[in-house]
Design a protein around this ligand. Sequence first.
Ligand code: ACO
Length: 427
Amino acid sequence: MSDKVVLSYDGKELELPVSTGSMDEKSIDISKLRGATGLITMDPGYKNTGSCESKITFLDGEEGKLLYRGYPIEQIADKSNFEEVMYLLLKGELPTQTELEGFVADIRKNTEVAEELVQMLNAFPEGSHPMGIISALTSALSAFNPEKVNVATEEEMYDAAVTLLGQFPVIAAWSQRKIKGLPLVKSDSSLSYVENFYQMLFNDGSEGYKADPVIVDAFDKLLILHADHEQNCSASTVRLVGSSHAGIFASIAAGISALWGPLHGGANQAVLEMLEAIQNDGGDVAKFIAKAKDKEDPFRLMGFGHRVYKNFDPRARIIKVAADNVLTTLGINDPILDIAKGLEQACLEDDYFKARKLYPNVDFYSGIIYKALEIPTEMFTVMFAVGRLPGWIAQWMEMRQTNQPIGRPRQLYTGAATRDYVEMSAR
Ligand code: ACO
């Protein structure tokens, strides 16, 4: 196959080099295009634009394939755990036992949250969305860790990363405690990362609180499945903000805001709200499918479709099984789940959805598990953020370590052409 593309424009020919990735993906390097021809490329939504080279995550939307550092997500979800996955994403290789213990210990050293940060948490008004809270408090970590903001060496970046990995689950769990009006539960360093997060969310204060292992396992899987997804909206935001050399806390806070939107991570909350709306409307799934297909109606079926997966979302397959396990273990029989199953089945058989390759995505099922675990709906996207944190950090580190230039897209200006200023009296 050719290693270049020849572009002809205005009587001139330009050769654009083709690069091949390690999974045989191809890209054209257009960085010299504007200089040589005066042309820029237009690609709103970056549907066809690569923003970087990356060694972290590979996904193939046609094949429904997802690899973390080369390892298939199915194997990772089956055999690994979230602590190991965090290490893998950040460092590039699976850890030895000693390396893993050192990494976990480094995170644990950072779980003490400043009293002033707790005061900030308490200052948020009732009804604040927890995504807003955690984004603000993550950004505020810059003020509490000024020496970890302008980091340059690998050691300094690692130090900033484990600080954030230690602080973030505490902030996230405490935002839920605040919503529920419950006292804050301290971090317990005798527990694993996921068990500890879970107990900070749910410990009712009873002596020797122990979470159900089936639930912890499902939680662990959920976090693993959300841990990275290459250059999605929030990861790209983290990279873009970080490319100006804003610090790690500010960059990740921006990523949290990007994740909040219902077209991205906010979809898990939107899915449940949609299922409840269908239920309150009498449970007629067909009516909502018709709405989603109606081009005059802005309504979309939340939890369906994906920018990259056009066959199936491999995470959705794994999570569907986990959801079934949790519901069976907890003996839950929720009518909302019947609506979800009916909706899924009807869409899989519907020509509109088939033709557009719209399948349930990871967020369609994750909300079902969160609901079964009695996590408040507005906390769903926070759960996603806790899972995605190591991915964001890995993307940020890679961006800094490879000296990616500041992100600054071009535009095609379609506003007024040059004109003279009009004095107020003449307007
Ligand atoms: N319901 C109904 N129709 C849909 C849906 C949907 N959920 N998603 C896409 N379509 C239709 C579009 O109307 C469009 O139809 P057309 O070709 O007749 O105009 C076609 O499918 C293609 O849709 P696009 O918006 O061009 O696809 P894009 O790749 O830009 O969007 C997205 C992907 C944002 C995920 C979209 O499918 C969507 O809005 N889904 C619902 C929200 C959601 O679940 N988001 C979570 C994504 S996963 C994640 O972030 C972890």
